[in-house]
Design a protein. Sequence first.
Lengths: 436, 152
Amino acid sequence: MTFRRLARYFRLYEKKRGDRRSGSAALGTAWMTVFFAGLFFVGWCFLAVTFTMLALPEWQANRRFQETVCTVEDVQIEQGERSGRHTYRPIYQLRYEVNGQQYLAWQTYDITGGFFLDRAHCQALIDAFPKGQTYRCWYNPDDPEVAVLSLGLSNQVWLLLLLPSGLIIVGGVGLAWRLVNWQTSAERRASLAHMASSLSASERSVAGGEYPYVPPEVNLTDSPGTSLAYRLPRTGAAVAAAWALAAACLVWNALVCVFITLVARGFLAGNYDWTLLAVTAAYTAVGAWLAVVCVRQVVQATHLGRCIVEISTHPLHPGMTCRLYVAQFGRSKLRYLKVLLVSDEKATYQQGTNTRVEFCRVYSHEVLSQRHIEIGRGAPFEALVELTVPPTAMHSFRSPHNEVLWKIVVVGRARGWPRFERTFPLVIYPAAEYAT
Amino acid sequence: MTPCPIAIMLDGRRRTYAPGEMLSGEYRWDADPGSQVKAVEVSVLWYTEGKGDEDFGVHFFDRLSVEEGDEVGPRQCARFSTQLPKSPLSYEGVIVKIRWCVRVRLFLKRGKVFTRERTFQLGHVPPARPLVTPAARRNLRLKVRPEADEFG
């Protein structure tokens, strides 16, 4: 008997891709309604039980119990069991008089008669009421055989009352949302949301305006250039990556310092822990590598100097030609320097609990390419070039999970240094023929 | 399976529109005479396809509903018209695609919902192709070495 080779193995575990439904939408909605209704119901049940068993007796005792004086004749710790664990509560034999009649009975500390998981907690309440002493107590006028040494509402009861409120709120809001949106289409919801103008200011500027879903160009034109009209801002991704690397380097090396201290203390005390030493050596190696990369990046950023890109006009439309000024500062010898006009597609999706972002480059055009450049101190490399947006280009687009990005990318490589890349975003509007 | 009783016709049977142009058409529904129609919705919207989670934007929306006093019978037709926006244009990207459509939903009293879409193109942006970067080309060359061929 032979087995055919499977073209693809079955995966035992795979995260759900996106929030797309593979089953019936109506059934899914019905199940979600049942789920939220269940949460709502369980919350109310839990609240009712907590209230009637704990809060109500305390509240009634506070209102109706009468004060008297009692003598503690005996004290004991009563033992119980909950989920396989021992629990404890103090019980007191109290002697007191009600309407000329003497009562002698075992009573609990308060009306709830709750058990403690901690014996010491119970012992503290035993020690607070020594035998033979006289104390205030409160008895039930309807049943004088019931008396307690303490009145008032315990904090635990109120905390327990707060617990089901979470279930009630989540279940109630979920249920209300499902019922309000029952048989309401996504288009109607979007239309109602639009009418209610509940969009935030940033969303309005993207979704509304003359060109809906084209990102605003406000921060691209608010900085005037020295050679051309506008100086383009640099995207913060590279800067953020450098900061993240520096933070990671600091945290890691702080950990390494702790390990080194532990090893040194051990060795000084005569405890030779070779496993800890091996782990510390490995951690130190990684820490040293991180430090080298971090220092290299910082030196590269400072050594290469800043890069400036200015543009003669903005916004751009497909087919439009404009001038671009590029300046690279910093004393260095560059093997090459290239300026590219690129377009990337960016897709964001949920995979299980992770948010993934994917990029795909769909256009790249070399605007400038130069080799063997020597940049001196105070004499930056400067170039003025013409930039033409392809006539059939897709405009810039931004929605919550999908984007079409246009940018100027400056790439280069200095001698003895790795390749560097600096990105300057652009906004391209739909073709000028549509602008009128 | 019950066939969808909705039909959407765009005026002039056009498939491509320029931004800012007027889009108009007719939609009709022919439900079972015994069934009661609760509401009919028509919307002009764009939605994304591709790797990312789906986004959509409603440009035009109209609802005929019995609850709001509209006369909605099991067999009827209605017209719609709207001026299309300047963006986003239809786009056939690699991992991001933008599609425009007219969508009609028919809600029956028993809870059944029928949906029909008619897609159209807004603008004339040609499809995008993935760019093979020099690094990707190098990787590709490495991957197709004879020894890497599983059928070899």
